[in-house]
Design a protein around this ligand. Structure first.
Ligand SMILES: [Mg+2]
Length: 264
């Protein structure tokens, strides 16, 4: 999943909303002035759902409670949980709200500026999950399609949320160009697969957690958690078969709701 492609639906929706808002403004200048300040473009139902509904936090907390139940009582030394970051650990709905309220959509520069603000909050339930992983001597690999150059901002954002993460128990791996170019090579189906194979073979290039004693050794991925189907190994949006993935969902695979954007 690329951020650019994952936001494409949102961009289309917001551009369409912006056109409508612009047309309305052009045809009702008088009424707008009589009604006071110009209203912001209305938010998409997706953003309202994520930020204001009761359903979203209940669902996220439920998924993470199920994931806690599926954890081993104690991790083996090589075991690792692989997690996505955006809309899996960090909630970026504030970014979406700000962009939509300006009649704008995703852009690489605005996204980078948002990441550097380090103001993303936590997805409901993830703090409890991560505390359980760490309490059971577990390790977490955060495989994110944020650009690798932003990894330190991601890390500082996570620490600001009081998560019990350390370079010893957490490896942060943002995306590099090689991740995209590797797609199509043997066993590399999506742009996170190369990083998963590096983790398994003991060659993970952690931006945070680059302590060789902890991370430069073979690992076993015991669980994968994400909000996008391509957060799971070996599938693409197009190739993923729900019936094949279903038996693993709730045991080793966990998927979170994200109505705001995706590779769908
Ligand atoms: Mg995500």
């Amino acid at each position: 999943m690329t951020l650019t492609s994952s936001h494409s639906n949102l961009v289309r929706a917001v551009v369409a909303a912006g056109v409508v808002a612009t047309m309305a403004a052009c045809t009702s200048t008088t009424s707008t002035s009589l009604q006071g300040p110009k209203e912001s473009p209305s938010l998409s139902t997706a953003v309202v759902y994520q930020t204001e509904s009761k359903e979203y936090p209940l669902l996220s907390q439920f998924v993470y409670a199920q994931a806690i139940d599926a954890l081993p009582a104690q991790f083996n030394a090589a075991d690792v949980v692989v997690m996505d970051v955006d809309e899996t650990v960090l909630d970026n709905s504030q970014y979406q709200r700000e962009r939509e309220s300006q009649g704008l959509g995703y852009s690489p520069s605005s996204w980078e500026a948002w990441v550097k603000r380090k103001e993303a909050t936590l997805v409901p339930g993830v703090a409890e999950f991560l505390k359980e992983v760490i309490a059971r001597n577990g390790k977490v690999a955060l495989i994110t399609n944020r650009d690798k150059s932003l990894d330190r901002y991601t890390w500082e954002n996570l620490l600001a949320q009081s998560l019990p993460l350390t370079p010893q128990n957490t490896c942060v791996m943002g995306r590099v160009q090689q991740d995209k170019e590797a797609v199509g090579q043997p066993n590399i189906v999506n742009d996170k697969d190369l990083r998963r194979t590096q983790l398994i073979s003991g060659e993970a290039a952690c931006s945070i957690g680059n302590d060789k004693r902890n991370w430069r050794k073979p690992h076993t991925i015991i669980m994968q958690i994400g909000d996008n189907i391509e957060d799971f190994a070996g599938v693409t949006q197009e190739s993923a078969d729900v019936n094949t993935l279903s038996p693993q969902t709730g045991t080793s695979l966990f998927i979170l709701p994200n109505p705001m954007y995706g590779s769908w």
